[in-house]
Design a protein around this ligand. Structure first.
Ligand code: ADP
Ligand code: ZN
Ligand code: ZN
Length: 661
């Protein structure tokens, strides 16, 4: 028998499993997940045991020197998970393996190797079934179906569909309780721990010490301790952000993903995994049940529910029957100057006069310029890709960041011939200036990286607003999450179009989700709220559906566009991003790679084209987008040899990309 070993240090671009013979004295002790000392070349190195094979792939194998750490750093399921990650997301095995290892365990030499003790009994049978309120009939129906699936270990997948306040969190907690009573662990994923303090508090209040919190804000030691409590079965409820999906849960029964459409569930560096996909693999491996909860599911997820491969559980009503705040759409084509419409100014005036608070939102991603007709609202689109063209002031031209199409900006609107073409791209600073002009007495708080770090933290920053020490909060949708301030009665979306004009096929979806999310910030308590949405495209279906808070209305139209253009869920995507300091080398590498791809597959190879963010950190960026069936695309990418200098041009492969900027 031979051990399969991965080196603990990444050697340059080598991603390999080595076979080592196992000397007699340790043959009974060696286990998957252990760190071992191995001879490698002329040195001694540390490696991780990831498996065993009967036959080695080379004639002469070397022997393992010793076991460096008795206590396994990961278990067999976690190895499978890491292998799957590496394969699915075209990542290195080592970087995938690091995700499933105890956090901060990169230097195994400093490990104290305490043998794994008897498994602790799971703490407490929770607080029995009597905890929490009596469920409504809809909630009870949902919990019953989820419970049965956990019981049967059938890998059931559910979409819990309901607006904020419809009782989703209560369903999560009851389902977790049911899993506990069957002796099973649950993983509950939230987009960001710091931004969801209320959910965390409720879980803590309900389950106490049975919870392990896993997120990146914890110090290394604290995270490691949580990891151990999970591995020992001491904590059976794992609450966390992205990386919590890799926790070594004992007897996993349930995975909950709250607000599954949130982009923070996708990791932005290698391995570029998505929590939802990872959860699905885990569920297939363990038979665990998946619950995705949201009022605004991703189009991909809702489509699966429509097809029936996800079971839709609907919570149609808010628990307290409090109505959602009315949303009014202001047609900005009728306004001539400034960022704030007369309507928004009037409402702001009334709100401030009553001593209440307002939030003004802009889109986080509004940092590029697009061109839109001020008269008819027509946005300038690529004739080939149907995504917005971006304006590059240095060259005075419009560019498609998908296919590379470029053209000088027209002097008149192609639709109505108006000469009033607007160049848009709004910053928080501009809004602050305008609000300060109109309301000199208002205390304004502007959210951006600088203003937050000046106050020390998000919490410190938001507490200023929560305590009523500011009247108007201006920021991106980052400020929307979890913000629950009783005196906020007005929410203004300064420009809904910045999201709509993103050069991204998901722009309508983002717009709908953004508007729905920010609208939920107004009038959360006794004071009635109001939402004003400003747009040059007030009739766009995503804005109309958001104004009515009608997800199904949005989905029914969006899905038609996706199908017409063959975008997900009707295809899968892989993004190939070429980047480097010397633009000529980057272009050459991308074009050559593109040619080779196209010689194999004519359809669905888009680009290369300059990325929306054409230059980042001094590096030029070009993208090829592949569209088709995932396995075929993956084979296609593998079939093309990399024959450019990888020290000068980097190729970043992103499977199921969300960030196409
Ligand atoms: P969501 O997660 O969909 O926003 P929550 O689960 O937070 O909804 O429920 C909204 C509010 O209603 C919370 O304050 C919660 O405690 C309460 N609640 C939930 N379910 C019930 C119920 N069955 N009976 C009474 N109150 C409930
Ligand atoms: Zn026009
Ligand atoms: Zn194009």
């Amino acid at each position: 028998m031979y051990a399969e070993v991965i080196l603990s240090k990444a050697a340059d671009r080598i991603d390999k499993i080595y076979h080592y013979a196992i000397p007699g004295p340790i043959i009974d002790k060696i286990k998957i997940g252990q760190a071992v000392a191995i001879p490698f070349g002329k040195r001694s190195e540390t490696g991780y045991v990831v498996g065993f094979v009967e036959k080695a792939d080379v004639e002469r194998t070397k022997e393992i020197d010793s076991i460096a750490c008795e206590k396994p750093l990961f278990n067999e399921n976690q190895v499978k998970l890491a292998n799957w990650l590496a394969e699915y997301y075209s990542a290195f095995r080592l970087s995938a393996l690091r995700l499933v290892m105890p956090p901060g365990k990169k230097d195994v030499k400093s490990l104290k190797s305490k043998p794994r003790g008897e498994k602790a009994e799971p703490k407490a049978k929770a607080e029995g079934a009597s905890s929490g309120p009596d469920l409504t009939a809809d909630q009870a129906g949902a919990v019953e179906k989820i419970t049965r699936s956990i019981q049967e270990t059938d890998g059931g997948r559910f979409l819990l569909f309901g607006v904020t306040g419809s009782g989703k969190t209560e369903v999560y907690m009851k389902s977790v309780e049911q899993a506990l009573s069957q002796g099973k662990s649950s993983i509950v994923m939230v987009p960001e721990i710091a931004l969801t303090p209320q959910l965390v508090q409720r879980f803590k209040a309900r389950f106490g010490d049975g919870i392990a919190l896993v997120h990146s804000d914890l110090t290394g030691a604290k995270r490691r301790r949580e990891w151990e409590r999970i591995a020992e079965g001491e904590a059976r409820i794992i609450l966390g952000a992205r990386s919590a999906i890799f926790a070594p849960a004992v007897n996993l029964g349930l995975i909950v993903i709250d607000e599954e459409y949130e982009r923070s569930y996708k990791q932005d560096n290698a391995p570029r995994y998505h929590v939802r996909e990872t959860a699905e693999y885990l569920a297939a491996l363990t038979g665990a049940t998946i619950v995705l909860g949201s009022a605004t599911p991703s189009v991909e997820t809702y489509y699966q529910a429509e097809l029936g491969s996800l079971v839709k559980l609907t919570l149609p009503n808010r628990i307290d029957a409090r109505p959602l705040p009315p949303v009014e759409v202001v047609d900005m084509r009728r306004e001539r100057s400034g960022l704030l419409s007369q309507k928004l100014r009037d409402e702001l005036f009334k709100t401030l006069k009553r001593g209440e608070q307002a939030i003004l939102f802009i889109n986080r991603r509004g940092y590029f310029t697009y061109v839109q007709c001020r008269d008819c609202g027509f946005p300038l689109h690529c004739p080939h890709c149907s995504i917005s063209l971006t304006y590059h002031s240095s060259e005075k031209k419009l560019l498609c960041n998908r296919c590379g199409y470029s053209a000088p900006p027209p002097t008149a609107c192609p639709q109505c011939n108006s000469r009033l073409l607007g160049y848009f791209g709004t910053g928080t600073q501009r809004i602050e200036n305008e609000v300060a002009d109109v309301f000199p007495a208002a205390r304004i708080l502007r959210y951006d990286r600088d203003s937050v770090s000046k106050r020390g933290s998000h919490e410190a920053f938001f507490s200023i607003f929560a305590e009523g020490k500011a009247d108007v909060l201006i920021g991106t949708q980052m400020v929307a999450k979890g913000l629950d301030v009783a005196r906020v009665t007005l929410v203004g979306v300064v420009s809904a179009d910045t999201a709509l004009n993103l050069p991204d096929f998901r722009s309508a979806e983002y717009t709908f989700q953004l508007l729905t999310q920010v609208a939920g910030r107004a009038g959360r308590h006794n004071l009635p709220g109001k939402v004003i949405v400003q747009s040059h495209l007030p009739d766009h279906y995503s804005i109309q559906a958001a104004a009515r808070q009608d997800y199904e209305l949005f989905f029914s139209q969006e899905i038609v566009h996706r199908q017409e253009l063959g975008y997900p869920p009707f295809s899968r995507l892989i993004s190939l991003l070429f980047s480097g300091v010397e633009s000529s080398l980057v272009i050459k590498a991308a074009e050559e790679f593109g040619r080779r791809l196209m010689s194999v597959k004519r359809e669905g190879v888009l680009g290369p084209a300059p990325a929306v963010i054409a230059k980042l950190h001094g590096e030029w960026r070009y993208r090829i987008l592949l569209k088709g069936e995932l396995d075929e695309l993956r084979r296609l990418v593998r079939s093309v040899p990399i024959d450019f200098d990888q020290a000068k041009v980097r190729l970043t492969i992103d499977v199921d990309p969300l960030n196409l900027l």
